[in-house]
Design a binder for this molecule. Sequence first.
Ligand code: SF4
Length: 377
Amino acid sequence: MAGVYIHIPFCRKACHYCDFHFSTSLKTKDSVLNGIHLEALQRKESIADQEIKTIYLGGGTPSLLSSSELENILDAIHTHYSVSSTPEITLEANPEDITDAVVKSWINLGINRLSIGVQSFNEDILTWMNRSHNSTQASSSVKTAQNAGISNISIDLIYGVPHRTPKDWMNELKSAIDLNTPHISAYCLTIEPETVFGKKAAKGAVLASPSAASSAEFIALVERLKDDGIHFYEVSNFSKLGFESKHNSNYWNRADYLGLGPGAHSFIDGTRSWNISNNALYAKGVKTGLPVSQSETLSSIDSYNEYIMTNLRRREGINPKLITANYGVTLSQNFKDILTRYEASKDLLIAENSIKLTQNGFLLADRIASDLFLTHD
Ligand code: SF4
């Protein structure tokens, strides 16, 4: 099972926390879209032997493209690749772009899943983050999409917002649950240096929530969603049964995927590559044949570390037998003390065929994963 990711690097406004690759200028839009068409053609042999089961239009803000621009991109994928007859096709959409007519046009293009960037239902928080939508649009956009005919919807939420009270967070969760979407993604606010928040933080502003408050919001999130039959299957992803993201599951299963567009990453046959994160240079490079990507072939140690990092964050956890078979590492010997310590602190559940994080362990997922990493020396 393989997937295609297409990165649309344009946004209306720069959200103050965001360090993805995007531009608020649309000056290079036409040349970037031409570049994506060309790149789809140029790289068709790279994944020619595989059926494409998922297509993901991410960004940036792909919903700011017109229906005909989206149609041209999807046509290029269908023309140059062997797409399954029932692909999952996801579009990341921002609330302000969603109208009945637009959603119906997306459905006509075969788009069958939306990931809507709600982030918060609180007007003050949306303004503070510099989002383009307001709290009314946060809810109404989801209802509009549902009424227009798309039920497979995920909404994004952000937790760890400073100064938000537990009561306000519970109100946010109620607003999310009331929309009855089968999938919710929730990310902890992180302050990245090259963002507006990062620059303010460097001058002393307090923009990150204390970790105890973020942890409390995460626990409340897991518990509240569980009450409504929405279970977490990865540290940032929650769904009703059968509505897990196929595209993201593909990444975590280390299946091949092709990334098109500026800043897009690919993973094919054990080699990871990433396109240049510059719109003008990407468009020029694709057109003139200049290289637009760099690549690295993962060593066995890199592959093992990636497996630990991605799979420890999943509900199923890591599989010690598979690790021994694939990477020659016996966790119970190589990491005996670390496993014993985290089991004693009730952060890990250790069984013969799986090692899983407990609910508290998920709060330490990155630290526990890095304690289980192999090093190159
Ligand atoms: S809309 Fe999304 S990609 Fe664009 S700046 Fe905001 S968070 Fe980043």
